[in-house]
Ligand binder design. Structure first.
Ligand SMILES: [Zn+2]
Length: 382
């Protein structure tokens, strides 16, 4: 197969890429199978923080609906958090979870395990471990911290879960960084101070669009860690230049659950399809360079995860996100969540096509049931 158009290879050049499941060669001319004259062909976006749900939480979202929504948003790889039902932190459940993705995922994928005392999990093809605030006081944390695998930290202290929401203060986020070590990625940071401290400790960081853009108003904007005040949010805009990645923390709930009184309604925003058009809109507006944009949504995340993705390069997985710079207003399309606080947000970048494992997963209209792969399984598959 050949794809032709304006390619991002560190800079934008007219050219062609030959691929099957992997990228085989890059040339000037070809007879293309896929031709996008009015768009730009970018490395496939990655979202390393997604709550796909599925299993007993399939009433909120399934692997098929979440990954269809991801493909619609230009995302070619999702990495899934373990707090589904049942919780994913044993060898058997990790394998069961991977099977669920193998059967239904329309994008490439990875799964994180929760903190566990099951030593077999470390030999499983996982992306790493998710460390939640409550895990920071568990004895089995030690085993996870001494693993060479990636640890993704939700940066808050165990006490943050037990106090009133207004008391989930910033110092609890910052202090949690001192409780971990090793290959740590600090996710959904809400303050520039967290990012700078994490960097000084040798950790990587990400930020979500909702912590940059939204004000807490009702349950639709309820998330953990909480949205900060305007001053802190404005400072956090620097994260676009200092953090390593932008992720969605896609966390779908039913409309009914989100209508519960604020105190008891579940936290989480569905936004897996928002990140890529949002970040490329910042490029279009001249806020970010194209190089920085690609780093935030593709290249850096692939590096942090240790996968051969996120760049258009020979031998890398043939995942592409094709973007055109048209104005439109955001809404979800394939997710079970039909209302998000980003609805109607004006965007200037739109996904024309999403190519996963060398196949068209989304063509600007429909998603197709292509077979996503576990990029953390190092055994060769036919
Ligand atoms: Zn999360």
């Amino acid at each position: 197969m050949w794809i032709k158009g304006k390619l991002y290879l560190g800079e934008v050049v007219e050219g062609c890429v030959e691929f099957d499941r992997k990228i085989k060669s890059i040339k000037k001319e070809c007879k293309p199978d896929l031709y996008y004259p009015d768009s730009i062909i970018l490395p496939g976006s990655i979202d390393m923080h997604v709550h796909v749900r599925g299993m007993q939480l399939s009433y909120k979202e399934t692997v098929a609906t979440a990954t269809s929504e991801a493909a619609y948003g230009g995302v070619t790889v999702v990495v899934d958090m373990p707090n589904t039902q049942p919780y994913i932190n044993t060898h058997e459940r990790v394998l069961e979870r991977i099977r669920e993705f193998e059967n239904f995922s329309r994008t490439d994928f990875g799964v994180y395990s929760g903190v566990t005392s099951d030593a077999r999990v470390d030999g499983d093809p996982i992306a790493g471990y998710k460390v939640f605030p409550e895990d920071l006081e568990k004895p089995e944390l030690e085993m996870v911290l001494s693993s060479n695998k990636l640890k993704v930290l939700h940066p808050e202290l165990p006490i943050s879960n037990k106090v009133l929401r207004e008391s989930r203060l910033l110092w609890q986020e910052i202090a949690s960084l001192y409780l971990v070590r090793g290959k740590v990625h600090v996710t959904h940071t809400t303050s520039l101070e967290t990012i700078r401290l994490a960097k000084s400790l040798g950790f990587t960081t990400d930020v979500t669009p909702h912590h940059l853009l939204l004000e807490e108003r009702d349950c639709t904007t309820k998330v953990n860690p909480p949205l900060r005040d305007k001053t802190e949010r404005n400072k956090l805009l620097r994260a676009l230049f200092e953090a390593d990645a932008v992720v969605s923390d896609h966390a779908p709930h039913t409309a009914k659950e989100k209508e519960l009184p604020f105190e008891i309604c579940p936290p989480g925003i569905a936004g897996v399809s928002f990140v890529t058009p949002f970040v490329y809109t910042l490029f279009k507006k001249g806020v970010l360079s194209l190089e920085r944009t690609v780093e935030l949504v593709s290249k850096n995340q692939a590096k942090i995860l240790g996968i051969k993705a996120g760049e258009i390069k020979e031998g890398y997985v043939a995942n592409f996100t094709v973007i055109s710079f048209n104005t439109w207003r955001y809404s979800t399309k394939f997710s079970k969540v039909t209302q998000t606080p980003f609805d109607g947000y004006p965007l200037e970048a739109k996904v024309t096509a999403t190519i996963v494992e060398g196949k068209v997963a989304y063509d600007g209209e429909s998603v197709y049931p292509i077979r996503g792969m576990n990029l953390f399984d190092k055994t060769e598959k036919p």
